[in-house]
Design a protein around this ligand. Sequence first.
Ligand SMILES: NC(=O)C1=CN([C@@H]2O[C@H](COP(=O)(O)OP(=O)(O)OC[C@H]3O[C@@H](n4cnc5c(N)ncnc54)[C@H](O)[C@@H]3O)[C@@H](O)[C@H]2O)C=CC1
Ligand SMILES: N[C@@H](CC=O)C(=O)O
Ligand code: NA
Length: 449
Amino acid sequence: MSVGEVTNADAALPPLRVGLLGLGTVGGGVVNVLTRNAEDIARRSGRRIDVVHASARNLGAPRICPLNGILLTTNPMDVVENPNVDVIIEVMGGMTPASMLIRRALELGKPVITANKALIAHEGNELFALAQAKGTVVAFEAAVAGGIPIIKAIREGLAGNRIEWLAGIINGTGNFILTAMRDEGRSFNDVLAEAQKLGYAEADPTFDVEGIDAAHKLSILAAIAFGMPLKFDSVYTEGISALKTEDVRYARELGYQIKHLGFARRHENGVEMRVHPTLIPERRLLANVDGVKNAVLVWGDAVGPTLYYGAGAGADPTASAVVADLVDVARTLTADPNHRVPHLAVVPDQVSDLPILSMDDIQTGYYLRLTVLDQPGVLANIARTLADFGINIEAMIQKEASDETLHLPIVLLTHPMREAIMNDAIESLQALDEVCAPIVRLRVESLVS
Ligand SMILES: NC(=O)C1=CN([C@@H]2O[C@H](COP(=O)(O)OP(=O)(O)OC[C@H]3O[C@@H](n4cnc5c(N)ncnc54)[C@H](O)[C@@H]3O)[C@@H](O)[C@H]2O)C=CC1
Ligand SMILES: N[C@@H](CC=O)C(=O)O
Ligand code: NA
């Protein structure tokens, strides 16, 4: 028998029959990967995996994948209810009707694989409990950082560690936009349109550019890293839409890249969770993650830092994660449900609610850009105001006034300080007579390797 043949696997078990909800970027990618790699996948699963039934809104729409042998419908519930479907893959997106369809599948005892981070972030706690009660599973590797196997890495590969913190570039569209704006000088809207064409963006791209998608993903990462329930509503969220190209330029002059970063850290008194544009020293690996690539840095007490890098969006990379979940499901379908890897990395009765720290209590360095009147004493006033709050300046650049208004930009980096104190300091700086435009504030992360 040649290496590619799967005679034994075929003989051992009947094919696993998959119902696919959604035939867009990810759904199409799943069919392509399952078709292209059918033999390898069967050898790993011990059986063939066939998509037998699929739903889409418009059956006449152009597809990126072949549809031979797949029964098609516009009604996703037909797929869920089909007794000849063993496993459901939900790659439609959105809350409704995805939530109702997944719940029905779980009620029927069918394992569900989903790429829907919005749904997991909002309803994961309930969905996991339902799956548990029905002796089945919700798998969601594709929901965080696309093709990077980060859920598996944290839940299984790092299971011996106390995870202290993690930091990640976890929105491919946002990173694609920031990179193209920086390297090609293209406009925000132009690059966003390209990300949409390439299938990277969410159906509502506000989710990408306002940080909501990254917040969904961060809440999932924090839950599995710290063994706590999903708490999407507690993630402090800022996007990239307000970011100015001059700040990207000034940050580079100071030796930093600006990335949209998600950060979660466990402290003695609670957990910090935030996503926002962040200055990262350019020598760090995370600062050099460009385009649609994502990366997640996880710090475990035993292993130290580990870094996971790869495509954060796109058809085949996301399908890679969905199909990996499918192989996991195929391998464990007949296993005792209590022997499966728990949804949130700890056994269900050990999931413990942890308090979430207010942004006032977090501590980072800051980048401030002040627009000031070009007159004597302005620098001294700024330095004195910051000193009044105990804030040290680490670096500064002062530019020429760019026009006859004599307004000039002053850019500062500060040492780490509590956010509440920095807020008060910014209010005082803003009140100075010489400061003539709203102060721009960005956060600086020096913790990341
Ligand atoms: N595109 C990407 O790179 C990634 C996407 N995801 C997630 O995967 C999911 C799917 O994303 P895409 O494939 O990009 O979306 P898409 O818009 O390309 O495809 C969605 C598919 O679902 C169908 N659909 C949507 N709503 C429906 C409804 N109410 N009834 C019947 N069919 C419906 C559409 O007809 C289409 O076939 C989303 O949850 C998204 O957040 C996750 C990781 C990466
Ligand atoms: N829109 C998302 C898709 C993957 O999760 C992104 O750009 O990261
Ligand atoms: Na992933």
